[in-house]
Design a protein around this ligand. Structure first.
Ligand code: SF4
Length: 88
């Protein structure tokens, strides 16, 4: 398991303070780490994030991480989204 997937599996601190399960908990983690970000798997993962009670907290957490160290989809955003937004 890569560090990224281990982090994802551990659901960072934002989930620890809330009993509601993350929406991604009942899906294949690979959806959140697609080989191509611009594809149907990414859209599916983002749609699932949109139903998650932790989406905002997850996104805030992801944006607080160094862009070079956090890949995958977090809080409905891709790595490319976060990289783009950092440049704004
Ligand atoms: S926002 Fe997405 S990646 Fe974050 S915990 Fe929820 S479903 Fe998982």
């Amino acid at each position: 398991m890569t560090r990224q997937r281990a982090l994802w599996a551990a659901r960072p601190a934002f989930v620890d303070h809330d009993d509601r399960p993350p929406a991604c908990a009942s899906h294949d983690p690979e959806k959140w780490f697609p080989t191509r970000e611009a594809g149907p798997t990414t859209r599916e993962a983002i749609a699932i994030c949109g139903t998650c009670p932790h989406e905002r907290a997850c996104r805030d957490w992801a944006y607080a991480q160094p862009i070079s160290t956090l890949y995958g989809i977090w809080g409905g955003t891709t790595h490319a989204d976060r990289k783009h937004d950092r440049k704004q």
